[in-house]
Design a protein around this ligand. Structure first.
Ligand SMILES: Nc1nc2c(ncn2[C@@H]2O[C@H](COP(=O)(O)OP(=O)(O)OP(=O)(O)O)[C@@H](O)[C@H]2O)c(=O)[nH]1
Ligand SMILES: [Mg+2]
Length: 468
């Protein structure tokens, strides 16, 4: 991932799809040369004259588009950019075909399409960010709850980097003193007193313990977020909505396609509260009915914005092909599969059973069986929702992926510091203490990225989206 650093890269940096504005980002030594062949500044000047970061209005001549594209060019000509190389952002009309044409034009002018996370990878390799901050960029993008966003922003601002840097500096100084002492071992000069060494190791131990504590999830999190009911028409979504919200807000009828708009209700559970959303039944929109299409769009939007999706399947009939597709497309991390109408399941000669049981028959795949009429399974469903919401927003003070990656390194650093302390106490040789300190420093280096391998970088940056 790191061997094409010199090249100029380009990608759409704003969200894909139609919007008022689109942003295309370019980085690399040849940014100015690349823009020189297609960008025309409004005023009479060239990019070579730009020495300070600047916004320059102008136009871009696109390949295969007759009219020039008006835009503002945000240009960082030197190392003061995110990637510490010349960098430009083209802010322009948010039309997907125009953005595509712009990317193609810039590629023809010498840039190549960026890989996922390549801008942030360059920022890391140039020393602009450490690894915990690079992961925080991803944490900001992925945040699904306010607590996660706050943790990611704090980490991006150096919340982890600062204490880690401090700790590494202290340990490095200690190591330098010890190694200087080793050089003069014959001459009986003490570079660091035993008491001082013990104090410094105890302090390092406390700081690492604090960092490990920050990486831990702080247990119970009250439910919060959005929970969307999704499923084919008539499977009993609105009935379940009314049952969970303990109200009769949603219209229920035996006719398919009752719910057109989406409905929301605040539901309280176990000290938390979440927004429950009833949506229109999933159907194909190719019949062209306007209301149905709008309802489908609203459903898709609600489903995407939800922390938890309740995928409802009708317990009185077998799975339909569309439901098999929905199940296959569902993201298990935030989907609860609900089998509805459990009170009538006997009628179709099917008993509630967990997925995988009764080989040979279509599988039910359900996590929870409910009946909105008898109330069966509702409490279990409420608990499952609260658990999923808590998974979606674990209350760690750091980005979850950083916590998962760094916990072991920090523990090994703590073990090495403890081993060093024991050696000092038992009068062990300073060489051996130095070996333990070096081991601790290496482990801390893995956390910040001062020590890294291509494999670690690949694992972190391949999770990014293109353009970041
Ligand atoms: N026996 C039984 N019938 C149910 C249950 N839940 C819903 N129904 C019936 O199933 C039919 C459809 O229920 P709705 O709640 O309107 O279903 P929906 O998924 O919201 O339907 P659309 O809005 O059309 O997509 C109605 O006749 C309900 O009375 C249940 O738990 N048990
Ligand atoms: Mg409905």
């Amino acid at each position: 991932m790191t061997d094409r650093e010199g090249e100029t890269i380009v990608a759409l940096a704003s969200a894909p799809g139609g919007a008022a504005r689109a942003i295309v980002r370019l980085a690399g030594d040849q940014v100015a040369a690349c823009l020189a062949s297609c960008f025309r500044p409004a005023a009479d000047r060239t990019l070579d004259d730009v020495t300070e970061p600047e916004v320059i209005p102008g136009e871009i001549d696109l390949d295969e588009v007759a009219a020039p594209l008006p835009c503002e060019l945000y240009f960082w000509p030197d190392r003061r950019s995110y990637t510490r190389s010349p960098l430009a952002e083209i802010h322009t009309l948010g039309s997907p075909p125009l953005a595509e044409a712009l990317l193609q034009t810039l590629c023809r002018c010498g840039a190549r399409l960026a890989e996922p996370g390549e801008f942030t990878l360059r920022a890391f390799l140039a020393g602009r960010l450490d690894l915990t901050q690079a992961e925080a960029v991803l944490g900001v993008i992925d945040a699904r709850a306010d607590t996660q966003l706050e943790a990611a922003l704090a980490q991006l601002a150096g919340g982890l980097s600062r204490p880690l840097d401090q700790l590494r500096t202290q340990l490095l100084e200690l190591l330098a003193h010890l190694e200087a002492g080793l050089d003069f071992a014959e001459e009986d000069i003490e570079f660091v007193a035993r008491e001082e060494l013990l104090d410094a190791l105890a302090a390092a131990d406390r700081q690492i313990a604090d960092l490990i504590e920050q990486m831990r999830s702080s247990g119970h999190v009250p439910a919060s977020g959005r929970v969307a009911l999704v499923g084919l028409p008539n499977v009993g979504k609105s009935s379940l909505f009314n049952a969970l919200a303990a109200a009769s807000h949603a219209l229920v009828s035996a006719e398919a396609g009752t719910t057109r708009d989406y409905l929301t209700a605040e539901v309280e559970y176990d000290g938390g509260r979440y927004q429950l959303i009833d949506t229109a039944g999933v159907e194909s929109t190719d019949e062209g009915a306007h209301v149905a299409t709008a309802a489908q769009q609203a459903r898709a939007a609600q489903q995407q914005a939800a922390e938890v999706v309740l995928l409802c399947l009708d317990g009185t009939r077998d799975l339909l092909p569309a439901e098999v597709e929905l199940l296959a497309a569902s993201e298990r991390a935030w989907t609860i599969v609900v089998q509805t109408k459990a009170d009538r399941m006997g009628e179709s000669s099917r008993e509630p059973r967990p997925a995988g049981a009764n080989q040979g028959e279509p599988q039910l795949h359900a996590d929870v069986f409910t009946s909105s009429h008898s109330g069966a399974g509702l409490e279990e469903l409420r608990r499952a929702i609260a658990a999923k919401l808590s998974d979606a927003a674990p209350a760690t003070e750091v980005v979850a992926s950083t916590a998962a990656r760094c916990r072991e390194s920090l523990q090994r650093a703590a073990d090495a510091v403890e081993a060093a302390r024991q050696l000092v106490e038992s009068g062990g040789g300073e060489e051996l203490v130095a070996v333990e300190l070096r081991a601790a420093l290496d482990e801390l280096g893995c956390v910040t990225g001062a020590v890294y391998t291509d494999d670690i970088l690949d694992r972190i940056f391949s999770r990014f989206c293109i353009g970041k």
